[in-house]
Design a protein around this ligand. Structure first.
Ligand SMILES: [Zn+2]
Ligand SMILES: [Zn+2]
Length: 294
């Protein structure tokens, strides 16, 4: 009997793994098709295709495989949420059930983006958070895949706070509710980092496009600490952090952090910066001192 049970468990585990592998392959294919479409639009618009043959791009490919290939979800996110989930179950408020589901879903999407905006501002204002977020800023040759250039601990904190804590526990939004948002965010994040001058016409004051987000990655001091919005640009117009209309920036990156184009350097840099700032408090950056943070 024990043999049969363990065999059934084995089959179930294999079926789960097979399902996971299938959905991962499907996700990578869809993602690749989307990036290829953006590449064709960029080339038509006259952007330098050489960026896609650079070492910088190869590093972003590794980040993308890590996040979209299921490694991050299984090795980090699932491990953390499984460990803390049962302990935080007393916070399960299911506030989303208090209103009709279409209103709840709309509030959840807008509210989620509002939280993301302020979290992003904190990442620029608090040196500890900036140490990790600076990795996303370090790309000097932006391509669509720069969306994936994020330190694993930055991604983990965002996913745990937004998706797990707020959406899942407090609001009680089922997976089918936030999954479309997560997919949309992935597509928008990819598009935002493309070398395209799209501004979405009159909707530029509502939605974040590649032109809007380019200012966030700009190396110029006058663009520092601006255009924080992720899905909606209206937060920046509302709270006075939008860059006024001007020519699209052409130089990207972050000054003075010494972040090299290797995975090892980028994973280690936040800890090096924190150690350096601890030893020399005078070198801790103020939120105004960075030429580029995105
Ligand atoms: Zn930023
Ligand atoms: Zn970005």
């Amino acid at each position: 009997m024990a043999d049969v049970t363990s065999r059934l468990a084995e089959i179930a585990a294999m079926a789960h793994l097979e399902q996971l592998a299938k959905s991962t392959v499907y996700a990578i294919l869809v993602y690749s098709a989307f990036v290829l479409t953006i590449y064709l639009f960029e080339t038509r618009a006259g952007a330098d295709p050489g960026r896609y043959r650079s070492r910088n791009f190869a590093i972003d490919v590794l980040y993308t495989l890590f996040y979209k290939g299921g490694f991050y979800s299984v090795l980090l996110l699932a491990a953390v949420t499984n460990a803390i989930g049962p302990r935080l179950d007393f916070l399960r408020l299911n506030l989303g059930e208090l209103v009709p589901w279409p209103i709840g879903l709309a509030l959840f999407w807008v509210g989620g983006d509002f939280v993301t905006y302020w979290w992003h501002r904190l990442q620029h204002a608090v040196p500890f958070l900036w140490a990790f977020h600076s990795i996303h800023h370090s790309q000097e040759q932006m391509t669509a895949l720069t969306a994936s250039r994020r330190h694993p601990l930055e991604n983990l904190s965002m996913d745990v706070i937004l998706y797990f804590f707020i959406f899942n526990l407090v609001l009680g939004v089922p997976t089918r509710g936030w999954m479309p948002l997560a997919t949309l965010i992935t597509c928008i994040a990819v598009l935002q980092h493309a070398q395209l001058d799209w501004r979405f016409g009159p909707l530029q004051r509502v939605l974040v496009g590649p032109r809007f987000h380019a200012f966030h990655h700009s190396r110029l001091p006058e663009h520092a600490n601006a255009n924080f919005g992720f899905l909606f640009s209206c937060w920046d117009y509302l709270f006075g952090t939008a860059v006024p209309e001007q020519a699209r920036p052409t130089t990207f990156g972050v000054e003075g952090a010494g972040i090299r184009e290797t995975i090892g350097s980028q994973l280690f840099t936040p800890f090096r910066l924190l150690w350096q700032w601890r030893r020399r408090p005078a070198s801790v950056p103020s939120s105004e001192s960075h030429a580029a943070r995105s």
